[in-house]
Design a protein around this ligand. Structure first.
Ligand SMILES: Cc1ncc(COP(=O)(O)O)c(C=O)c1O
Length: 429
């Protein structure tokens, strides 16, 4: 079996842990090809894809225009290590849609947040970083941190391999908790370089900011001379053409100093970015003293894929994804209610998740109450019915403009049986 071969040469048989099905049990499907809303595994089984590569595939798989643009780019050579036109065009596109004035490309969301934090520290001359529990910003040492013993105490490493010295300048606070933020700034204000937050968290399941929370964070940072970093790696160009900032009506009050992007802007290729205020970005090498670089940063194939995707992502695309998401959200809730399963569906724009616990879920502690046994049964029943959900109870479900009636109907038909499986798992527990 391919999984056995994979495990013989790769830890856990996968190249990113959540793919391994550890949280739900069983064997990950190895996908051979994908088209539109559908994945086909190496045994020829088909699944409606509700992962969409963890966000990037807003237009569905193998979109013909993206493929054509990529094929043309590949034919011109795949990497030169020089500046190219597609990078400029993609940067112009991003600057025209978001609050950032300058943008720098990297190859992954992790690099984007890592570089944004370095720049914030270099710009402010300060060292402390604030993040929220349950927000994921990639595997940056300083951000793989768990809360210390008190709210305003420094964090401890969240994984072996991260030295205590890498997290001793990180504060981890509960999400949506203004008092905790105020207390942290009161105690450490002059040392705080930046606060980083997902613009609307999707990595503990979807936990939207309470009204005004992002504005509050931006204002508090400003008052203390710290930078506000909005991580839109997941939400950027996905929840709207302008990301979460657009969804929230582009409030003046929460224009971030720095923003990180990834996923959709790479069109399914390894591309990500960070950007922000011109005076802050001016501190970046080679204009300024803060060093940052990348061999494949701004790669012409990846930026062509991203640019083509963003240009094709019209308002109609977002409307379509929204109506498909609405149908699935509603049907999931109805099926779980009918089966008597405690749950809550939370969304930001078209990105949503189903928690197997009563809502509202407003932070990581609430999310942790989700019944992972019920999710496990639900997940496998959906998989058996031809729907590939994220193999973890703490992830957003993603759709694309290729999720047509056939794909959505397949999901709707699978839900009642999966809800009954979740109910039965609850009784067994
Ligand atoms: C909000 C957010 N930031 C950063 C990252 C890290 O991105 P990457 O996996 O490309 O390193 C992710 C990945 O899921 C993410 O969701």
């Amino acid at each position: 079996m391919l999984f056995d071969r994979a495990r013989a040469v790769t830890p856990g048989g996968v190249n990113s842990p959540v793919r391994a099905f550890n949280a739900v049990g069983g064997t990950p499907r190895f996908i051979r090809s994908a088209q539109g809303a559908w994945l086909t595994d190496v045994d020829g089984n088909e699944y409606v894809d509700l992962i969409c590569s963890w966000g990037p595939m807003l237009l569905g798989h193998a979109h013909p225009e993206v493929q054509a643009a990529v094929a043309a780019a590949v034919a011109r050579g795949t990497s030169y290590g020089t500046p190219t036109e597609p990078e400029v065009e993609l940067a112009e596109e991003i600057v025209s849609r978001t609050p950032v004035e300058r943008v720098r490309f990297v190859s992954s969301g992790t690099e984007a947040t890592m570089s944004a934090i370095r720049l914030a520290r270099g710009f402010t001359g300060r060292d402390v970083v604030i993040k929220f529990a349950g927000c994921y910003h990639g595997h940056v040492d300083a951000l793989l941190a768990s809360a210390g013993s008190g709210l305003a105490t420094f964090a401890v490493p969240g994984t072996p391999g991260v030295p205590a010295s890498s997290t001793e300048l990180t504060l981890v606070l509960p999400y949506n908790d203004r008092e905790a933020v105020t207390a942290a700034f009161a105690e450490h204000g002059p040392r705080i370089a930046c606060l980083i937050t997902e613009a609307s968290p999707g990595n503990m399941g979807v936990v939207p900011p309470e009204p005004g929370f992002n504005e509050f964070l931006a204002r508090t940072c400003r008052e203390h001379g710290a930078l506000f970093i909005s991580d839109e790696v997941m939400t950027g160009f996905r929840v709207t053409r302008e990301g979460q900032w657009g969804l929230d009506g582009k409030p003046e009050g929460w224009v971030p100093d720095l923003v990180t992007f990834g996923k959709v802007m790479g069109g399914g290729f390894p591309a990500a970015a960070f950007g922000g205020r011109a005076d802050v970005m001016h501190h970046l090498s080679p204009e300024g003293p803060v060093y940052q670089a990348g061999t494949l940063a701004g790669n012409p194939v990846a930026t062509t894929a991203g640019l083509t995707t963003l240009r094709l992502a019209t308002p109609e695309v977002y409307d379509h994804v929204a109506s498909a998401a609405d149908a699935i959200k509603q049907a999931a809730s109805e099926a779980l209610t009918a089966a008597g399963v405690a749950h809550t569906v939370q969304a930001t724009g078209t990105m949503f998740s189903v928690f197997f616990t009563e809502g509202p879920v407003r932070d990581f502690a609430d999310a942790s109450r989700t019944d992972s046994g019920a999710y496990k049964a639900f997940f496998h029943a959906m998989l058996d019915a031809g729907v590939y959900l994220p193999p973890s109870a703490y992830e957003a479900w993603f759709l694309s403009s290729a999720h047509d009636e056939r794909a959505v109907t397949t999901v709707l038909e699978a839900l009642p049986g999966a809800a009954r499986a979740a109910a039965a798992a609850g009784q067994d527990a």
